[in-house]
Write a protein that binds this ligand. Structure first.
Ligand SMILES: NC(=O)C1=CN([C@@H]2O[C@H](COP(=O)(O)OP(=O)(O)OC[C@H]3O[C@@H](n4cnc5c(N)ncnc54)[C@H](O)[C@@H]3O)[C@@H](O)[C@H]2O)[C@@H](O)CC1
Ligand SMILES: [K+]
Length: 524
């Protein structure tokens, strides 16, 4: 499913109106009637409903909702917070239709402020139709004070399209926004509903159809997609009965240092769990017995190390990478940073001509000489968290957090890499500028070791020769599902090995793993 910006949604609306020929008042009628229909699923008849409408089209949706709920016998009080002179043509029509249908609209002014507040206190349900995708900047008065008041009431809050105060493109909230229990949005989810902090204001999100044809959505071709179970189901290859370990590639993960043997252990385990036929890890010699004893299913190569327990410079020749039959290489979990680290990393990077996943201190080493990326001849996948991303682009973390989409997209396009910008709702950016947002995962993954598991999963999938984008999408999505499964009974206590244990269960939500046996009928 696509996520859209306000501009893309406006273009979709415009094309539907002008090219398909569905009048805008019909779209508004559909929008308001769908909101009413959704609301009727969870409200009970004696409920007191207060609808707050602005003078833009979002307010128009509020008037239509009021009419439909009224027609179904609900107790609805409608307030216009704005001026009729600023109504859009569609809003004028639906305001008049509401009045002509025998319903009253209170027009807010300083004189009746107390009356509005009394209504809001008594309300069971408050519907926010003040601002939608047309909102810009921080809330102006009187919306600011009203939203502040609404947030303090006990009523169930329903936002039409997007809660007032949440920027539909960036998820930004300047100072304050309506904290909704439900958001009913039209045609497609808006990007700001999935970006922080906006996503925390949305409550339960419901997307409803307002007669937007899919041909129009295809033509507008929104740039961001939301990863979904349905889309990913077909990307997980069926495990053939007639196969052997060589069928599923050879993942190679380079990492570890004297003080960090755990990260590479986790990454190696995770690669195995995603189905790579063979998995090899290469680690500094002193930790090899430790890693090997935890993951007996992997091949574990001991490499020369320096006096500080990091990889020695000459260790790369020992790998004779060109002779090996690896199908994907992961670099970074637990390698640490050391004096000759950059030199070692450079040598390694330039001697490998295979799809490569770079994570953790691999990214920190890379950030010292970002131009190295230009010398890569095969695909590169970078998996920074916001702190590592900030180092890669030499900005601060706040900048990265505020501009996640822009940062991910620009970096991936500029350096021709696949970039996975981690964090709540991780983003994948491809070299050609496409973006994917992952909705899975929760606070149980906010713990040391989670990133190493993800690196192992990506390496495991790439090793199986999946298209790079499919591998990254599957890994990030399933990592979140596995985290969720491992968060029982408490997301405080989840650790990375719990997540690894759940990878198989997560994969089973997408596939049966094996192709079906032919059916033999007796006597045939
Ligand atoms: N044909 C269409 O385009 C459709 C639009 N629909 C609705 O229309 C909405 C978009 O409508 P509009 O573009 O008219 O915009 P909105 O209704 O979201 O808001 C525009 C109005 O809000 C004011 N405003 C903007 N920022 C403000 C701020 N920070 N503080 C206070 N006031 C502010 C502006 O002066 C303007 O009058 C959608 O969210 C959706 O609810 C639906 O009716 C479906 C069809
Ligand atoms: K709204």
């Amino acid at each position: 499913m696509f996520l859209v910006t306000a501009e893309e949604m406006r273009e979709i609306d415009r094309k539907t109106i002008e090219e398909i020929g569905i009048p805008s008042i019909v779209l508004m009628e559909n929008a308001g009637s769908q909101v009413a229909r959704e609301m009727m699923q969870f409200i009970f008849k004696p409920a007191k409903i207060v609808i707050l409408s602005g003078h833009g089209n979002n307010g128009g949706d509020g008037f239509v909702t009021a009419r439909h709920l009224g027609n179904h016998g609900y107790d609805v009080q409608t307030w216009l917070i704005g001026s009729p002179e600023k109504f859009t043509p569609e809003t004028t029509i639906h305001f008049n239709a509401l009045i002509q249908s025998g319903y009253k609209v209170n027009i807010f002014s300083q004189d009746n402020e107390l009356e509005l507040k009394e209504s809001l206190i008594k309300a069971d349900i408050i519907v926010d139709a003040l601002l939608g995708t047309g909102a810009t900047g921080g809330l102006r008065e009187p919306y600011k004070s009203i939203i502040q008041f609404v947030n303090q009431t006990n009523a169930t809050k329903v936002a039409i399209d997007i809660p007032t105060g949440v920027n539909s493109n960036t998820g930004e909230v300047v100072e304050l926004a309506l904290i909704a229990d439900y958001t009913i949005t039209f045609a497609l989810p808006k990007i700001g509903q999935y970006l922080y902090p906006g996503t925390e204001y949305i409550g339960k999100l419901k997307v409803v159809d307002i007669s937007i044809p899919s041909i129009v959505i295809k033509e507008v071709d929104p740039r961001i997609s939301l990863l979904s179970q349905n889309d990913l189901r077909t990307r997980l290859p069926i495990r053939k009965r007639n196969s052997h370990k060589g069928t599923y590639g050879h993942a190679f993960i380079i990492g570890g240092s004297k003080n960090m043997p755990g990260a590479i252990t986790l990454a190696t385990m995770a690669a195995l769990r995603t189905g790579a036929g063979l998995t090899t890890s290469a680690v500094p010699a002193s930790i090899q017995p430790m890693v090997f004893s935890r993951v007996p299913e992997a091949i574990c190569i001991a490499m020369d190390e320096d006096s500080t327990g990091h990889f020695a410079l000459n260790s790369i020749e020992a790998l004779r990478l060109e002779e090996k039959n690896y199908t994907a290489i992961g670099i970074g979990p637990g390698i640490g940073q050391w004096e000759l680290g950059l030199e070692w990393f450079k040598k390694l990077l330039l001697s490998i001509n295979l799809p490569m996943i770079i994570d953790a201190d691999g990214l920190n080493l890379l950030s010292k000489e970002i131009g190295l990326l230009d010398q890569r001849k095969s695909e590169t996948i970078l998996t920074p968290h916001p702190g590592e991303m900030a180092r890669l682009i030499k900005r601060d973390v706040a900048y990265v957090e505020k501009n996640r989409i822009k940062v991910a997209k620009e970096f991936a396009s500029q350096y021709g890499v696949y970039l996975l910008l981690k964090g709540a709702h991780s983003l994948i950016a491809t070299p050609n500028g496409d973006l994917y947002l992952n909705p899975t995962g929760g606070p149980e993954l906010a713990k040391g070791g989670s990133g190493d598991v993800l690196t192992g999963m990506i390496t495991g999938f790439v090793a199986q020769k999946l298209p790079i984008l499919d591998a990254v999408m599957l890994a990030v999505y399933l990592h979140g599902i596995a985290g969720n499964l491992a968060s029982k009974p408490s997301n405080y206590s989840t650790i990375a090995t719990d997540v690894i244990d759940k990878i198989g269960f997560a994969m089973s939500t997408l596939s049966n793993h094996v192709d079906a046996l032919p059916t033999h009928f007796p006597g045939n």
